[in-house]
Design a binder for this molecule. Structure first.
Ligand SMILES: Nc1ncnc2c1ncn2[C@@H]1O[C@H](COP(=O)(O)OP(=O)(O)OP(=O)(O)O)[C@@H](O)[C@H]1O
Ligand SMILES: [Mg+2]
Length: 290
């Protein structure tokens, strides 16, 4: 039984462990091949506001195994979204290195998908058109594009709503559409920046289960930022706890339980209390600003 935080040292040379689930899933979408290992070496990032240099991330070293579900928690402003943007390749101004399957990340690519807190669907496009747009740069035939769009609409359980516009979807449905749009390219890594943060509690719990189902069906690496420790405990193989000013990794907690998980498990509850204590020990924003 685990009653203490299973903290592990940061080890950038940790071997890649491939996902063992490569069989086709129930939805017909094949599980990801053994790929999607991410390693981050000495990553630092500074923003400039007028003539001030503001260090946001400092010396991040991290190794994420292919097929793992990793959650990131930490105080507001500690650089979680910045870290995801750097992994996505949306921002190239940093020092250090970010590698996906050993290849340096230099720009956005179809091997990384990202989902934000808001769905960012185009309001003038129907659901199926929003998702198809993500396939613009592929030279698949029209039939193949249609097949992929339908497969992913089915995966997120939106079949029947293909022709709906975003305003005709509920918040949870729109977020599921955003997940389908990010997955339709079959990225090796899915980056999720508080994807359920704006939803009501019930929808949130429902979509946590949906995210878990999608991950179990297709595997692939998932990196999710969340403020909800219970969400992280339900989904994460590992939970990265970040500290702030500058943003850095405080601890990594391994969650040694199989999926799907029992939220009431005493093991999870023990880890939960320790993570909350870790987070509470980080001084609140006003104390940190000089
Ligand atoms: N484009 C930018 N220019 C200047 N500073 C920025 C920029 N984007 C973010 N920052 C600063 O970087 C820091 C980290 O921001 P970031 O959005 O990564 O935090 P976060 O951990 O995701 O916070 P939250 O939990 O509130 O979403 C903040 O202090 C923010 O003011
Ligand atoms: Mg953020």
């Amino acid at each position: 039984m685990v009653s203490r935080l299973a903290l592990r040292p940061l080890n950038v040379d940790e071997g890649v462990q491939a996902s063992s689930n490569t069989a086709p899933s129930a939805s017909g979408i094949p599980a990801q091949d053994a790929a999607g290992a991410l390693s981050i070496h000495g990553l630092s990032k500074t923003y400039r506001i007028e003539n001030r240099q503001i260090p946001v991330l400092a010396d991040i070293n991290l190794s994420i195994r292919a097929g793992h579900f990793v959650c990131i928690v930490g105080p507001s402003g500690c650089g979680k979204s910045t870290l995801l943007r750097l992994i996505a390749g949306l921002d190239k101004e940093y020092s250090g290195g970010i590698f996906l399957d050993g290849k340096r990340i230099a720009s956005p690519s179809l091997d990384r998908g990202i989902v934000f807190q808001d769905h960012r669907l185009f309001p003038w496009l129907r659901l199926q058109e929003n998702i198809a747009l993500a396939l613009l740069n592929h030279d698949y035939s029209k039939a193949e594009k249609n097949r992929r769009v339908s497969d992913y609409i089915r995966l997120v359980k939106l079949a029947g709503f293909e022709k709906a516009y975003p305003h005709q979807l509920s918040g949870g449905m729109a977020q599921r559409a955003a997940i389908a749009r990010a997955l339709v390219n079959e990225p090796k890594v899915l980056l999720l920046d508080e994807p359920l943060g704006a939803l009501d509690a019930l929808t949130r719990v429902y979509l946590q289960k949906e995210l878990q189902r999608i991950w179990l069906e297709r595997r692939g690496t998932m990196i999710m930022v969340t403020h909800d420790v219970d969400e992280a405990l339900f989904l994460g193989d590992e939970i990265i706890i970040m500290d702030a000013h500058p943003g850095r990794i405080k601890h990594i907690v391994d969650i040694p339980l199989p999926h799907p998980r029992d939220r009431a498990s005493s093991v999870l509850q023990g880890i939960r209390l320790e993570i909350l204590e870790e987070l509470i020990s980080i001084p609140p924003e006003p104390d940190r600003i000089k």
